[in-house]
Design a protein around this ligand. Structure first.
Ligand code: SF4
Length: 437
């Protein structure tokens, strides 16, 4: 069964259908994405088809059980009616959150749409909501659980909706790295009171890594406050260990004037991170070897082609893109930055955007006074976020109506406490921070 014909009016789904039936060429997006996600939820060794298929899924990652047949067989109209009726029955007891990168067939049911941190904070402002259905990926649901009250259940409709970038830094590998850095640099502050290393984790990381930062004098950053957070970290540490996204770390530190020669890349698969003692001694920012499978697809040649075809085009990319792409763009910024830049532009502007395709195509529909297109015309969606399908949303909502909470994401209280410390440091570093990837 495919989901395209009867369930997916959205243009991203049509793009994937075009790739599948051969009408569109030049994409490495897997045609199997046209299948319902349940086709891959049982017994798949990796992330499933799509943008993240080449990345390694860590052992112990959450796995989704079988979706009941009633939902797998339902038409788009049936799912729509079941979701609407469950939401009406639950009223303010449930809030559905839709990430900017979520597919339109799901976002249409969202009570709130935004980035991960905006959505987590919105959930905290809804004390009547007994259940928060988070249509994003695993780390986002964890953050929402950390920031919401103990009586609120955070639900991830498909447990297989992970984030390949977040999974590239697991707690064991980071603790091993930390032990090696402590062995080399010790733990004593210098004469200015700065510790040898301050850990900084991107919001796109597991709760365990946020807790690690909380417990080791570190902090969380988002893609919009990364430079503020790095300044905070440099005030307290001689160097920064930045994980999991090397590109956000490199792009941000470079823009702050940190030389590339002082940003070695720590490869957790190699002894000593694959780095010499001299490289570590000279380091200001030790970058973790992680990346986003979606944003690494954007290239300088795509920007050149956009400029050639659309003179005057404004190119905006997300800072998870590689450094040479950010350097070639007119500007780089978080999803919220991109949304605000487009909203503020005079009518008739032309934008080439380097971020996830669902957001780009939604912006193109929302701002018809502009011409807005994705730098990569056949780019894949975030394949893990794409695992959230209306069928899963209908299932978790109808279970709630029946008084059952399924797919709850619960961060252990000790981990949540440590993660909260790192998140609060971020908020104190810049109290008006509202943006994330
Ligand atoms: S777009 Fe990239 S960083 Fe964002 S959830 Fe998907 S894989 Fe993770």
């Amino acid at each position: 069964m495919t989901l395209i014909d009867d369930r997916a009016p959205a243009s991203v789904a049509r793009t994937i259908a075009g790739i599948s039936n051969g009408e569109l060429s030049g994409s490495t997006c897997a045609p199997e994405l046209t299948e319902g996600p349940w086709a891959f939820d049982l017994g798949m060794p990796g992330y499933g088809p799509g943008a993240s298929q080449g990345d390694l899924l860590p052992a112990g990652s959450a796995a989704q059980g079988e979706l009941p047949e009633r939902y797998r067989r339902a038409s788009g109209e049936e799912l729509s009616s079941w979701i609407a009726s469950a939401k009406a029955s639950l009223g303010s007891r449930v809030a559905v959150m839709g990430h900017f990168y979520q597919r339109d067939e799901v976002v249409q049911y969202a009570d709130f749409v935004g980035d991960s941190f905006q959505l987590a904070r919105a959930a905290r402002e809804l004390p009547d909501a007994e259940a928060i259905v988070f249509c994003g990926v695993h780390f986002m649901a964890e953050t929402a659980d950390i920031l919401t009250g103990p009586s609120q259940a955070v639900i991830l409709p498909n447990l297989a909706a992970g984030c390949s970038m977040a999974d590239m830094a697991d707690i064991d590998s980071v603790e091993e790295c930390w032990a090696e850095l402590e062995a080399r640099f010790g733990t004593s502050p210098d004469e200015s009171g700065r510790v040898p290393v301050t850990p900084v984790t991107y919001m796109n990381s597991s709760a365990a890594l946020k807790a690690f930062c909380g417990e080791h004098g570190g902090i969380v950053c988002t893609s919009s406050n990364a430079s503020t957070v790095l300044e905070w970290a440099f005030e307290r540490g001689q160097r920064v260990l930045f994980f999991p996204d090397q590109h956000l770390g490199r792009n941000t530190a470079k823009a702050m004037g940190v030389p590339l020669s002082t940003m070695p890349l720590w490869n957790p698969a190699k002894a000593g991170g694959g780095l010499s003692g001299e490289a570590l001694d000279a380091s200001r920012v030790i970058l973790w070897n992680g990346f986003c499978s979606v944003h690494k697809r954007f290239t300088v040649s795509q920007i050149s082609a956009a400029r050639a075809a659309h003179p005057g085009v404004r190119v905006i990319v997300h800072p998870e893109c590689p450094m040479e792409v950010v350097d070639a763009a007119d500007s780089a910024g978080s999803t919220d930055y991109i949304v605000k830049a487009i909203a503020a532009a005079p009518a008739g502007s032309v934008f080439a955007i380097g971020t996830e395709i669902n957001l780009v195509q939604r912006l193109a529909a929302d701002y018809p006074q502009h011409e807005i297109f994705c730098l990569d015309s056949v780019v894949c969606p975030c394949s893990t976020m794409y695992r959230i399908h209306p069928a899963y949303l209908a299932w978790v909502l109808e279970e709630l109506v029946a008084g059952r909470v399924v797919n709850q994401i619960s961060v252990p209280s000790r981990v949540a406490a440590g993660a909260r410390v790192a998140l609060e440091r971020m908020l104190a570093a810049r109290p008006d921070t509202t943006m994330a990837a």
